[in-house]
Design a protein around this ligand. Structure first.
Ligand code: ADP
Length: 262
């Protein structure tokens, strides 16, 4: 796309959300409509490198759409998204999903049902084959607390929690710098959810991966995240330290939503 002549000046004149140099992700004024309905109405969000942000908010408030913009599956209608200080989406910039070093794990994991666990994980290892790939698949399975012997099984032979771990291993195979998790534990029963969450949190923090987690679960947000962002009606109504957000909601609607979420 042609470079817009006024972009550089426009960018300078609108100060960033947080003027730190270690922002891994910076979103400014992101808007997105589908068929005349505005789903994102101007979202600003800064995420520091290696930190975890939980996005909470009612169903339909735009959380998944925001993750899809960050991943590069959709382009914003307005606003800019930068990763490591480099614009990846904006009026004159577009970096496609496969070049963003971003991992994405959907709610249901979405494994390829006809492939084995090992083949699913190896799918994330672009270009590597043979023995090297088999060794790496085993390492990745161990990272998500699964025995490498699971590599020969098919997804339907695994529990929901195991499938989610395989989905995470497949996303980790791409060595993402930023991991986007869209309610990855919501399909699991309570006991499995806690164990899986712990394994995933440990793996990501050990690897220093910046993480954004969409969740309905207050305990998950409190235990997992450095900051909580409350999404409501296409906007981030409040962003802050989890304890502050839950004890001092910015307004009545946020308080009511968080109350419901307990
Ligand atoms: P949340 O994740 O908070 O539940 P979503 O981002 O999934 O919210 O959806 C926000 C709104 O945008 C919903 O009303 C949804 O129907 C709509 N929407 C999302 N993606 C599309 C799409 N590709 N086409 C049309 N509408 C969409």
């Amino acid at each position: 796309r042609p470079r817009h002549p006024h972009t550089a000046r426009a960018r300078r004149s609108s100060p960033p959300v947080a003027a730190t140099t270690d922002n891994h992700l910076l979103i400014e004024g992101a808007r997105k409509s589908f068929g005349g309905t505005e789903v994102l109405k101007g979202v600003d969000l800064a995420v520091a490198k290696g930190r975890t942000t939980a996005i909470v908010g009612p169903s339909g408030s735009g959380k998944t759409t925001l993750l899809r913009l960050i991943a590069g599956f959709e382009a914003p209608d307005a606003g800019t998204i930068s990763l490591d200080g480099q614009p990846v989406a904006g009026p004159s910039d577009w970096v496609p999903a496969h070049r963003r070093k971003v991992g994405y794990v959907a709610q249901d994991g979405a494994l390829f049902p006809h492939l084995t666990v090992g083949q699913n994980v190896a799918f994330g290892l672009a270009g590597r084959g043979g023995k090297a790939a088999a060794g790496r698949v085993a390492e990745l399975l161990e990272m998500v607390s699964m025995d490498p012997s699971y590599a020969k099984r098919r997804p339907h032979q695994l529990s929901g929690g195991q499938q989610q771990r395989v989905a995470l291993a497949r996303a980790l195979a791409r060595e993402p710098a930023l991991m986007l998790l869209d309610e990855p534990f919501s399909a699991l029963d309570a006991g499995l959810r806690v164990a899986t969450r712990r394994a995933v949190a440990a793996t990501l923090s050990e690897a220093g991966v910046t993480t954004i987690l969409v969740t309905h679960d207050q305990a998950e947000a409190l235990s997992f995240a450095d900051q909580v962002a409350v999404m409501r009606d296409g906007k981030l109504a409040q962003i802050g330290n989890p304890f502050v957000v839950y004890t001092r909601p910015a307004d009545r609607a946020t308080a009511e939503f968080l109350g419901d979420a307990v």
